[in-house]
Design a binder for this molecule. Sequence first.
Ligand code: R5P
Length: 279
Amino acid sequence: MIVVGSGAIHLRDELAALGGEIGGIEIRKFPDGEKYVRVLGDAGEVTVVSSTFFPQDEHIIELLLIGDALREKGAEKLRAVVPYFGYSRQDRVSKEGEPVSVRAVMRALGLYYDELYVFDLHNPETLRFFPGKGVNLFPARAIAEYFSEKLGDGVVLAPDKGARGRAGAVAEKLGLAYSHFEKKRISPTEVEMKPVDVDVGGRNVLIVDDIISTGGTMVKAANLLREMGAKKVFVAATHGVFAEGAIERVSKAVDELAVTNTIPTPVSRISIVPEIVRL
Ligand code: R5P
């Protein structure tokens, strides 16, 4: 049985259409703002699906309440599928006195859930903080399928060396070449990019990243590719955590912007639901 939380309501119809047995759940708020959850039906082995995008704290608390309700009902095995994992970027202490926020959330979920599946976690190593089985999925197949007709003999690029594996995974599905940009972050809002070690002249390019936030990384990369004579520039990311105006900024700079539906956005055109149903 699949229980769909508030952070995955946008996935519910597709989950059902692809054969997922959707369990009943009542979710509402008390007048003071606290959340009320009631899980209906039998609980045996249950998969709870919910992303923890904004309002992150509310979505996280709801996952805990659903976990508690299911344990109360005697669930034998609980699996959490959290396509976008909020707080994942706070994975280290930079200033004394700070928490490792991703650890705090993973440990809390571990109180109820036996397994945790996430998509393209910012730092996959942080899954070790989850006490049970933790799996990081990358939607290479879904991204590749979406862009396969558009790229021709193109090239797949990562915006930095750390993301090279993502570009490689997508390129492998498409049978295309891949490489990466050299990127240096000068300040929280400024990124310096150096040319890539591949000839993009006259070729279509797909840039793949985990997250688009301000869009600064993608806009810089796209502009640079135009200067280098690229034909069409496409941009894909797993998570569209778009800051105000980011969709417009990136869309203006590229031929097409598409992200997956780990977070619902106007450009969430690539579905991760088939991957969830396959689990
Ligand atoms: C950085 O480590 C991430 O992989 C992304 O490149 C970054 O979060 C994108 O941020 P922005 O859209 O603000 O440039």
